[in-house]
Design a protein around this ligand. Sequence first.
Ligand code: AMP
Length: 145
Amino acid sequence: MPYHHILVAVDLTEECDPVIHRARELSVSNGAKLSLVHIVEPMAMAFGGDVPMDLSQLQQQQFDQAKERLERLILKYPELSKEYSHLTYGQPRQEIHHLAKEQTCDLIVVGSHGRHGLALLLGSTANDVLHGAPCDVLAVRLQKS
Ligand code: AMP
């Protein structure tokens, strides 16, 4: 059964290129629609909850920067379009699952560093996304960082 709608999740670093390449290949070979998503994590979340200062301005800058990078990616890859690109605040696993369900995606593509030892204990987004995913998940192996 071919995939119909592929959701590629990107962290907007230079490492997202191999992840997009794989998702593009699959979208072409399956004749599937290709959607793109990036999640901006709220800064308070990254700092572990309560932060005794106003982060709203910094948060807005972070969001604007992400929007700009996402737009550059869309220009770089003709298979991607603004219409099927999503930028939201939240926790990556939760938001990616939510979007995959909402858009009835049947495959999520993420990058994976194949971590070992201590890094493995710290977890990875790929692992996180895999657990409780509403559809298939493909983890594209990235170079060790
Ligand atoms: P990480 O485990 O954080 O190194 O990320 C591995 C992969 O998870 C990345 O290559 C992306 O596919 C995905 N990912 C990580 N962070 C995000 C994010 N904020 N939004 C969307 N996808 C992400």
